[in-house]
Design a protein around this ligand. Structure first.
Ligand SMILES: Nc1nc2c(ncn2[C@@H]2O[C@H](COP(=O)(O)OP(=O)(O)OP(=O)(O)O)[C@@H](O)[C@H]2O)c(=O)[nH]1
Ligand SMILES: [Mg+2]
Length: 174
């Protein structure tokens, strides 16, 4: 008998142009359903939403309730509070992108000390342009105590594995 899907509220945050929106489009295979401008924001900061159902195992079906945050995570603390898992996406071809990961994780944890964080290095297919090496990120992920996975949203590399990692990382009632 099919089990009721578990709902996991996932928010994607990260430095500009790291590939968050491309990743969501890859996950759902269609454009996002809605965009809402951030409150108190005069800029183009926004939240966009998408839903994806995935069979993780025979006994675990998950509905990912996804929010793609475009803008400074400081302005989206309410969304962070309401999330089960925050996916921090950075660009493996940009030192600037990688350098803000720690401060983003600090903002997330100051808003919600219980939320789970998954670190995602995107654009892994760009082997020649890659600047951030795996060994370096593994040390950071260990220091931050977060799981880490490398993906390519454009080439659909390890995106499914990332969804499994998110599902396994999500908090569950005992
Ligand atoms: N090579 C490569 N480029 C990618 C990948 N994912 C996204 N991009 C490109 O990176 C650029 C930024 O992608 P977006 O998805 O708009 O990034 P974003 O994080 O949503 O950007 P903001 O919302 O503006 O912060 C676009 O040109 C994408 O085509 C990837 O896996 N590989
Ligand atoms: Mg975006």
């Amino acid at each position: 008998m099919a089990t009721e899907p578990e709902v996991i509220r996932v928010s994607l945050v990260g430095p500009p142009k790291s590939g968050k929106t491309t990743l969501v489009a890859r996950i759902v295979c269609k454009p996002l359903v809605q965009t809402i401008s951030a409150p108190e924001s005069a800029s183009s900061e926004s939240e966009s939403f998408a839903v994806k159902k995935v069979a993780i195992t025979e006994s675990l079906n998950v509905t990912f309730d996804i929010c793609d945050i475009h803008g400074d995570p400081e302005r989206f603390k309410a969304r962070i509070m309401a999330s089960d898992v925050i996916v921090v996406v950075f660009d493996l071809t940009s030192r600037k992108s990688y350098d803000v990961v720690t401060s983003i994780v600090q903002v997330i944890r100051s808003a919600n000390s219980r939320v789970k964080v998954v670190l995602v290095g995107n654009k892994c297919e760009m082997r020649l342009d890659r600047i951030i090496e795996l060994v370096e990120v593994k040390i950071l992920a260990g220091d931050l105590d977060v799981p880490y996975i490398e993906i390519s949203a454009i080439q659909n590399i390890h995106v499914r594995e990332m969804l499994h990692l998110i599902a396994l990382t999500a908090p569950r009632p005992l």
